[in-house]
Design a protein around this ligand. Structure first.
Ligand SMILES: [Zn+2]
Length: 254
């Protein structure tokens, strides 16, 4: 062991063990847990990049922000799975939507950094009669969601219209009024029937934000059981939107 390596090791010991949520990320994402003297714990990416768990002056979850959030920020607002609860939007700031903080570098390292790359790594998933492209890393989870939903529809036919004429899956685009890529760009998000959904930017009047939802519990349950978060949990609600974010639903990451 060189003196440098020994020094790094000792400093790492000083820093204590890595945060639990950080150690769970490589289960689904590119990178390995690493420690750097100048940046502390973080993820070493395959391209040699490093994402610090905690960055001084990191941005909030504000999707309009120019700054990228750090990894810690991704976990700051716990994701509340289960019973649908109307979201209190009385003092809706830009910062408290669980899962809306995304570290884009982690997503590009994991899923691909261009439309071409994402397209090349897309699988097809049959979703209630139509085949949709979905990222190959997230497609098996979506297929399991379809199995759950198929059972749910057998119990309750009224669920079916929410799952037909859907908004879509993969689309290389940035978030409205933001420079950040949408989860749809990576092929890990699906929008259900737009006509049966509510989106805060479409509401009239838009201010003050008033949460609305028609998406049934059984649909939300099926997605959350397989590692998808729901945009209906956000103050800036987007009730058609489901996004593969297993790190936010796994008990091992808490
Ligand atoms: Zn969406």
């Amino acid at each position: 062991m060189t003196p440098l390596m020994l020094g790094l090791l000792l400093s790492a010991v000083d820093a204590g063990p890595p945060p639990k949520a950080l150690t769970c990320l490589p289960t689904w994402y590119a990178g390995v847990v690493a420690w750097r003297a100048d940046a502390g714990w973080g993820l070493g990416l395959p391209d040699g990049g490093f994402l610090a768990w905690h960055q001084e002056a990191s941005a909030t979850t504000d999707p309009d922000s120019e700054e990228s959030p750090d990894l810690e920020e991704v976990f700051r607002v716990p994701y509340p799975k289960g019973l649908i609860v109307p979201v209190d939007t009385r003092d809706a700031g830009p910062i408290d939507d669980p899962g809306r903080a995304r570290v884009e570098q982690l997503f590009t390292a994991t899923y691909g950094g261009s439309a071409k790359e994402i397209f090349a790594r897309s699988a097809k998933v049959r979703f209630f009669g139509v085949r949709y492209a979905f990222h190959e890393l997230a497609a098996p989870a979506l297929e399991r969601v379809v199995e759950r939903l198929t059972d749910a529809v057998k119990q309750d036919k009224k669920l079916l219209p929410f799952l037909q004429l859907i908004g879509g899956t993969v689309q290389w685009r940035r978030i409205a009024r933001s420079k950040n890529l949408s989860a749809h760009a990576f092929g890990i998000a699906i929008d259900l029937n737009v006509d049966r959904s509510h989106y805060w930017r479409w509401a009239q009047p838009r201010e003050p934000i008033k949460w609305k939802n028609k998406v049934p519990q059984a649909i939300v349950d099926a997605f959350e059981a397989e590692g998808f978060i729901w945009g209906g949990r956000w103050q800036h609600y987007d009730t058609m939107h489901f996004e593969y974010r297993p790190e936010l639903l796994s008990p091992t990451c808490r």
